[in-house]
Design a protein around this ligand. Structure first.
Ligand SMILES: Cc1cc2nc3c(=O)[nH]c(=O)nc-3n(C[C@H](O)[C@H](O)[C@H](O)COP(=O)(O)OP(=O)(O)OC[C@H]3O[C@@H](n4cnc5c(N)ncnc54)[C@H](O)[C@@H]3O)c2cc1C
Ligand code: FES
Length: 281
């Protein structure tokens, strides 16, 4: 049954939006770390998006996306009152959350929205949560207000220095780990180079590091093999074994290669869709 879009908020005009969807069954079951797979129309591809928030009482879930190519452009062309053909979930394994002390949650770009749900889970169980978020510039920073409403501390960096620390989230993270030996886990969600850099930053400190991987997915239930990643030398399927894994064990170079495998077709597909003057929703 089509899933109604209840509200749409543009976070970065034309690039990133937040949608609240009416999906009571998913809202009732979803936990931090879960994702959904969407299909906008009969001929559309299936794309995975993290559940950034839920409201089980209202029966809603929130998703936040960056317009990357055709499918996210089609999603961006929808508005409140429209519906998404299929929303399948919750998928993946929920984040392992236990009460242990201080956790540092690092988010970059659109990954901040996904990290927000995980950070909320840690906060609810009683862990002390330090959030670290970063973006290229202040106008690209997401979920600052939402995070500030529950984290114990929020550190911010921008590449151009337009807000917070001028530099990378990993600089703030290293500084925090040097000062605070009580951190039991670092969680990172964001672009692959950022998650890889976070894992390298935490490695010398020996702090458990969890990353949320974003390989290409098709079925999302472990049957097609598209989301194959190598972790600790073993093949794992991110849709059913993850998407969260031990960052110190992930083969990030392979993940980067596989993510770029269809770039030519993706560019063609977006251009064709744009040429059809958006008549092909
Ligand atoms: C578990 C998981 C959770 C994700 N959560 C979010 C999220 O919350 N917000 C968000 O903006 N993005 C998220 N992504 C990435 C998102 O799925 C892709 O950006 C989207 O599929 C791109 O589709 P497109 O047609 O717009 O772009 P395309 O032009 O088709 O592709 C652009 C790039 O997106 C990636 N991509 C393409 N197709 C897929 C696919 N089927 N599955 C995964 N990646 C793909 C590839 O790296 C590709 O090079 C998530 C990915 C995974 C695996
Ligand atoms: S998406 Fe098909 S096995 Fe994971």
């Amino acid at each position: 049954m089509p899933t109604p879009i209840l509200s749409k908020e543009s976070l970065i005009p034309g690039k990133t939006s937040k949608l609240v969807l009416e999906a009571p069954q998913i809202a009732g079951k979803a936990r931090p770390g879960h994702f959904v797979i969407l299909r906008m129309n009969e001929k559309g591809e299936r794309i995975p998006l993290t559940i950034a928030d839920t409201d089980p009482e209202k029966g809603t879930i929130t998703i936040v996306y960056l317009v990357m190519g055709k499918s996210t452009a089609v999603l961006e062309s929808l508005n409140a009152g429209d519906a998404i053909l299929d929303v399948c979930g919750p998928l993946g394994r929920a984040t392992h959350i236990e009460k242990r002390g201080t956790v540092v949650c690092v988010g970059g770009g659109t990954g901040i929205a996904a990290m927000h749900h995980i950070a909320k889970g840690h906060s609810r169980i009683g862990n002390r949560v330090v959030g670290i978020i970063g973006a290229r510039s202040k106008d690209l920073l997401l979920f600052e207000k939402e995070l500030k409403s529950f984290v114990d501390e929020l550190l911010i960096s921008t590449d151009d220095g337009s807000y917070g620390h001028k530099g990378l989230v990993t600089e703030l993270l290293k500084d925090r780990l040097e000062k605070d030996r009580e951190v039991f886990e670092v969680v990172a969600v964001g672009p692959v180079p950022m998650m890889s850099a976070v894992a390298e930053t935490t490695r010398p400190f020996g702090v458990k590091t969890t990353v949320s991987l974003n390989p290409v997915m098709v079925d999302g239930i472990g049957m097609c093999g598209a989301c194959r990643v190598t972790v600790g030398g073993e093949t794992r399927f991110a849709c059913v074994d993850g998407p969260e894994f031990d960052g110190h064990q992930v083969d990030f170079a392979e993940l980067r290669r596989r993510l770029g495998a269809f770039r030519e077709q993706e560019t063609q597909s977006l251009e064709l869709w744009r040429c059809s003057c958006h008549g092909n929703k």
